[in-house]
Design a protein around this ligand. Sequence first.
Ligand SMILES: Nc1ncnc2c1ncn2[C@@H]1O[C@H](COP(=O)(O)OP(=O)(O)O)[C@@H](O)[C@H]1O
Ligand SMILES: CC(=O)N[C@@H](CCC(=O)OP(=O)(O)O)C(=O)O
Length: 291
Amino acid sequence: MDQALSKVKVLVEALEWIRRFRDRYVVVKLGGSALEEPESVKRCLADVVFMEAVGMRPILVHGGGKAISRSVAEAGIEPRFVQGRRYTDEKTLEIATRVLTEEICASLVDLIKTQGGRAVGLHVNEQPVLEGKKLTLQDANGESIDLGRVGYVTGIREDVIHSVCRGGVIPVLPSIAIDTEGGSLNVNADTAAAAIAALIGAEKLVFLSDVPGIFLNKEDPSTLVPHLTIRRCRELIGDGTIATGMVPKVEAALDALEVGVGKVHIIDANIPHSLLLEVYSDQGIGTEIVG
Ligand SMILES: Nc1ncnc2c1ncn2[C@@H]1O[C@H](COP(=O)(O)OP(=O)(O)O)[C@@H](O)[C@H]1O
Ligand SMILES: CC(=O)N[C@@H](CCC(=O)OP(=O)(O)O)C(=O)O
């Protein structure tokens, strides 16, 4: 009896959050590191299917940096990164587009379907929804660095996203945008997810990565920080506590918060049902960042 009652308590606790997030957009970014663990990916997608079934509007944005690097290396090209962005010549763009759309996006759509959900890949080969511009970075001396076909998201076909979501279908978006001439641009998936969350006015932006959240000391799991503000994040980037792949993620998170996205969460895709724990329970999990 006690066990049955505790199950009901879980449902009652979830009800408040289910009501609160009904018809709200949540952008879920599945990172390339998390994508390396097929069982974790399946569980995360089951959570996304649950979110849609209880009335939320999840938008799945994914990367695939590790898979792109493998395919690029197989083609005899040495992967090269500048300030966390992949230098993308025409051949690299072709490979990145194929890996992200035909391999990763297609398999995520299939996996959602096998778990009873409905999903559609929205990208260059199907229905493009991300508009972008070429990104130019500057080096320490203020000189422009050419990254090739690398871009950033400037717009989104909101009408397409709205109608897909209203129809009970989960949009799956790889981080490839189209420029005004119809050419493809390779976009860092963290920045793509943040831009999408900002443009669509998402309630939340959730990064599913391969760490439980942000640590003050990466060697010591007890230093996980459950709650951070924009200001504190900037301090942690400044003093090097937040480093490597976490920097573009947190910078993208701050951009999204500054333009009105409610909250950003960084959680571990390898913790079973981390998404549901974050969204539908009082306790939360991982690191949340607020404005
Ligand atoms: N302070 C920190 N706390 C947690 N992880 C950190 C921190 N600083 C750097 N990292 C690194 O950031 C990585 C996540 O970034 P990345 O590998 O690019 O993920 P993804 O593929 O999900 O985009 C973690 O695996 C970790 O090694
Ligand atoms: C311009 C740029 O760097 N694009 C990324 C896109 C994929 C990505 O960002 O994947 P993660 O989620 O694994 O980081 C790349 O080519 O690797």
